[in-house]
Design a protein around this ligand. Sequence first.
Ligand SMILES: [Zn+2]
Length: 199
Amino acid sequence: MPQYPNYFDGWQDREIACDSCEWRGTGSGTAMGEVFRDLYERDCPQCGSRLLVVSFPTPEEIRAAAAESNPEALSMLKSLEKREARWDRWEVERLARVEQLPDLDDAIITAWMTIGRDIDDPQSDTQLKLWLNNQQVHSEPGFFESIEPLKRIVPLLRTKYGERFKSIDISNATTYLYGDRFSLVDEGTAFLRESGLCE
Ligand SMILES: [Zn+2]
């Protein structure tokens, strides 16, 4: 049976024995196994049996270990804080209200969603941008493999512009919005079809 150590509890230095063969060694002597979203496995280097299942640390665990000066936790804390700052910025900057959209006189409104960094701000992270009839009207922090922006923004466009809003082209954003997840491609395509929009 595999053990389930906590990420920061020093399992790398612990003595481990394989039940399936005679291998013995330290945790760091085990081999990297499969990696999943929330955890990874460490296997017996000799017979491949699963010996350890290690969950990636939660934000609380990172903070606690960083407070005890764990070097890996300190470096993880940096990216955690960066990610949290990005979420905070998204809360403030995201397109959430119809009033944020400009008044447009055009008879037909075509939307584009694109992904990119702000050219005038080299420090900026990836931004999701909305264009209406060739004019950029919005920019907010983008998140990989999420079609949440599509589902949030399309109804706002419909409310604001009614039937004048005819189509949305997301082809320059799909590698980011969908990533490698085919289920998102299906979900996004179905959502656009249900919204009466061509891509
Ligand atoms: Zn073994």
